[in-house]
Design a protein around this ligand. Structure first.
Ligand SMILES: O=C[C@H](O)[C@H](O)[C@H](O)COP(=O)(O)O
Length: 226
């Protein structure tokens, strides 16, 4: 049986090796990122690295601080590298994110970083098309049933995460949108962002610089041309 936790850990440990003292980095959210935070925390402890980070969720913030990382909220310059996970990734660097509800802050952090390095286990890489994982879209709770209908006009069926009880760190709700397949991620991202009430869409395009896929005994690294 595939050991997905080991794959995530291998990807995270490899990524953590790239951090140098003095860097300001972005840190995303999720179980793979948790491995990254712990691996980086060990380097901080053992090598005395000085690292400052902007994190994309309250959960990552807690873990980062517990592991000795300095966390800040804002910075006028771009971050050096953003390290994050994904729910799906294709080899052009298109991603589906937001399984943990942190997509909006994750996209802000990724957009404001020179590079985005994505750490995934082997099941996340999709060589044909994205969309098996329901696409998370963060929306305002105001007039939510109309917003869901407007999203469905793009050819999906939507449900509110937790029946509407789930709240993001921004106080909003998540619509999980099931498409048969997503053939043109950039066009769909643009279309859904036009729906009033949509805060952010969990499709990330043109942001990824590198995908680190964890394998049973190491990693496979894909560089994404800009
Ligand atoms: O909102 C959560 C994020 O987009 C995560 O990076 C994504 O869901 C992948 O999480 P995991 O590493 O737990 O599979």
């Amino acid at each position: 049986m595939q050991d997905l936790e080991a794959e995530k850990m291998n990807a995270a440990k490899e990524a953590a090796k790239a951090v140098r003292s003095g860097m300001t980095i972005g840190i995303g959210s999720g179980s793979t990122v948790n491995h990254f935070i712990r691996a980086l925390g060990e380097r901080v402890k053992e090598e005395g690295l000085s690292v400052t980070c902007v994190v994309s969720s309250s959960q990552s913030r807690r873990l980062a601080e517990e592991n000795g990382l300095r966390v800040i909220e804002d910075i006028p310059e771009k971050l050096d590298i953003d390290f994050d996970g994904a729910d799906e990734a294709d080899l052009k660097g298109n991603l589906i994110k937001g399984g943990g509800g942190a997509l909006t802050r994750e996209k802000i952090v990724a957009y404001n970083s020179r590079e985005l390095w994505v750490m995934v286990d082997s099941t996340k890489i999709k060589r044909d098309y994205l969309g098996r994982f329901p696409l998370p879209v963060e929306i305002l709770p105001f007039m939510v049933s109309r917003t869901l209908k407007n999203l469905e006009e793009a050819g999906c069926s939507c449900s509110l995460r937790g029946g509407g009880a789930y709240r993001t760190d921004n106080g909003n709700v998540i619509a999980d949108c099931r498409f048969k397949r997503i053939d043109d991620p950039a066009a769909l991202e643009r279309r859904l962002k036009m729906v009033p009430g949509v805060v952010e869409v969990g499709i990330f395009t043109s942001l990824t610089s590198r995908i680190i896929e964890g394998t049973v005994d190491g990693v496979q690294v894909y560089s994404i041309p800009k």
